[in-house]
Design a protein around this ligand. Structure first.
Ligand code: MG
Length: 282
């Protein structure tokens, strides 16, 4: 699941100033760095266990993503899978979200609510899954083709997945957060698609949404320094047409304003001393 980007909100909500420190002596980047919770190896191992369940759900659902399946059926299968392995579906009840996964079909970008809708040949569906296991969280999403899809749909999914891979590759100690954002944006735009700006990736750990917010766009070389132990949910949301989206009256479903397709891929990733480690793998 994806927080609304801070730029889309107004006011000072979410800002926290530790008392008794001189504000002026730290840059904005340093402030943000100080608010990013770094995890021990033990904590990262726990997140990996939650991530294993998330990946298991996404693998298991693949064979059910076919014409005629109702999205509520996918939700029930996912919920059963998560609970049978001792996990808790983190989305259910989150700010009142009524289901255990998000199912986002065609022009739905993210946060689609599972229901009676049946998948049709040629649809694409983004499925987003979050799990809490022993107090630690993991979050991932994939977009699937329902039967045969258009060439454009296939390319949109490929470019979105490639942009996530580029973002993951940039999650190295010594890089800055802007390097991650910029890597994603460059892949998306060189593929001829557009990046959603209203929703963003996020830090993750004991909470589903921690600092920092991780835009899928922006200049390289800026933002907080990446350090071992930081854990991020990277999640490019990529539109076929305009980047603009709107939230429906249900308060959740996010759609492209032009009705064209959108794709979403997400992994939970740890910054280490060496290679980035993807935590949402089977
Ligand atoms: Mg997320």
């Amino acid at each position: 699941m994806t927080p609304r980007s801070r730029g889309a909100e107004s006011g000072r909500r979410g800002r926290r100033y530790p008392a008794g420190e001189a504000l002026q002596e730290r840059s904005a980047e340093e402030w943000l760095e100080s608010m990013i919770i770094r995890k021990s190896r033990e904590e990262i191992a726990r997140m990996r266990e939650a991530g294993r369940i998330v990946a298991g759900v996404l693998d298991m659902l693949e064979k059910h993503v076919r014409p005629g399946t109702r999205t509520e059926t996918l939700n029930r299968l996912a919920d059963d899978y998560i609970r049978s392995r001792g996990g808790i579906p983190s989305f259910l009840g989150y700010r009142g979200f009524p289901a255990s996964i998000c199912t986002s079909v065609n022009d739905v970008v993210v946060h689609g609510i599972p229901g009676k809708e049946r998948l049709k040949e040629g649809d694409i569906i983004g499925i987003d899954v979050g799990v809490i296991l022993d107090g630690y969280q993991a979050d991932a999403a994939r977009t699937y083709a329902v039967g045969e899809v258009s060439e454009t749909a296939r390319r949109l999914m490929e470019v979105t997945r490639a942009s996530l891979d580029a973002g993951i590759a940039a999650c190295r100690a010594g890089n800055r957060l802007g390097d991650v954002s910029n890597s994603i944006q460059r892949v998306v735009e060189s593929g001829g698609f557009s990046v959603v700006v209203q929703f963003v990736g996020h830090g993750i750990g004991k909470e589903m949404h921690e600092e920092p917010q991780i835009p899928n766009f922006g200049p390289p070389g800026r933002g907080p320094l990446l350090l071992p132990g930081m854990t991020f949910a990277l999640e490019p949301m990529v539109n076929e047409g305009t980047y603009e989206v709107r939230v429906e009256d249900d308060g959740w479903t996010v759609r492209t304003v032009d009705g064209r397709l959108s794709a979403h891929f997400e992994h939970t990733v740890a910054v280490t001393e060496g290679e980035p480690e993807v935590l949402t793998l089977p």
